[in-house]
Design a protein around this ligand. Sequence first.
Ligand code: ADP
Ligand code: ZN
Length: 513
Amino acid sequence: MDALHEHFGFDSFKGNQEKIIKNILSGKDTFVIMPTGGGKSLCYQLPALMSPGVALIVSPLIALMKNQVDLVRSYSSKDNVAHFLNSTLTKAQIKKVRTDLQSGKTKMLYVAPETLTKQENIDFFKELEISFIAVDEAHCISEWGHDFRPEYRRLKEMIDMINDKLPIIALTATATPKVQSDIVKNLELRSPQIFISSFNRPNLYYEIRPKRKKDHTIKEIVKFIHLHKGKSGIIYTLNRKTTEELADMLVANGIKAVAYHAGLDATTRAQRQDMFLLEEVEVIVATIAFGMGIDKPDVRFVIHYNIPKSLENYYQETGRAGRDGLEGICVCFYSYEDVQKLEHLMRDKSLSEREMGAQLINETVAYAESAVCRRKVILHYFGEKYEGENCGKCDNCLNPKEKIEVKNRVVIALKAIQKLEERFGTDYVVNIITGKTNPQITTFRHDKLDVFGEGKEFDAHFWNSLIRQMMLEGLIEKDIEEYGLLKITEKGRKFIKKPFSIWVALNHQFEEE
Ligand code: ADP
Ligand code: ZN
């Protein structure tokens, strides 16, 4: 507490910070999963300041490194307390950094993964006293994360070359169970303490709207913005052209808006970003190129003109609304046509990338079509259980669909999964229940199982919806290692022995126009 007060001027720790810091100070491997704005940086900065030697902080974004270092320096009276080392520095600057490191004055050194690939740096680090290694944005390790960086895969190998006894702290704001297990495996964390903070953003309101014809959707957006006159908002679209078109349409309707995408030159991008931050424009219409590292606390709405390619992206992008804890409205327009556009974008990728991408898209589609509380589905995606029945802040909770009793149908689904020895994914299980054959089913003779066709009075849409909800209820789960295989949980086994009454609301049917 003294050190917290002395170095940062704060009076108390936020969330899990204190426990995390204690764990790091005791020299153990630590894994921190905390949503953006939760206070991750302090988790390694404070122990770095309190430990002998220098902490190495691996960070993927060279552009943000300088900001981070400036921020640390602003808390301290000494400029050499923190440095960064990456390809943007001149020879003279590198020399100065090295001198400060050797003198022991520097407590934090931010490095890019590329910095660690250079043998001369490794040799230099070997001679230093290093307190620990912090791997920021650790999800970059996983292909299942939203920002995979192949260099991150080699981190452990490089850290070991410096010293294989160093404690490692991994931090991320974006870890689904699959990404989590990738991080632990890849960094070879040694029985790490894992600290997971809640991802719930209670002040965000979530809504999905069916996307109709273009003109209609634009009218809806204009109307929405007029209702929120003078407030700041972000509209995300899939491609660059749409950002320009949409921004023009908004301007034509009397709304101050600019487009933002990676195709603009750096000066224009910086200008438009500033216009948004300084509130010279109300709305920025952007591709996903916009947002990383941007901290505008009072963004009041985030509109998705196209459905994003994963629920993870959706969470990150909507997460930019209501950072100050006040109102944040998140509206996503959904049409199946947009899903096909996303699939089309993957056409040139490798088979395994396409499969992975399809899986992520399916989960987003399931979210969009679900009649269950949006918050519950999002949190479930992050491996977190939302205990409330009605969050009161999503379209599905405010306008609930009628529920139906499904006890016997749940039993049919569970029995099918059991008879298939828990070795198949949703599509296969649904085919069995609805009595559809395909060459694989005939080969395995699964059409001879007694559950085959047992639920054929309901269609695949019904069974897909039910299976999703059985997951939310914790009766079944998807295997993390072999992605997609349905497994029955302990609770599910009990249910088979002694079924209880269970009510669910079925997915929305979105008509294709
Ligand atoms: P993250 O990296 O998880 O997105 P940051 O480390 O940027 O979050 O912290 C978010 C904000 O919270 C920062 O403005 C930081 O100064 C502030 N903060 C962090 N810890 C504390 C604390 N213990 N007390 C008050 N403010 C804190
Ligand atoms: Zn809800």
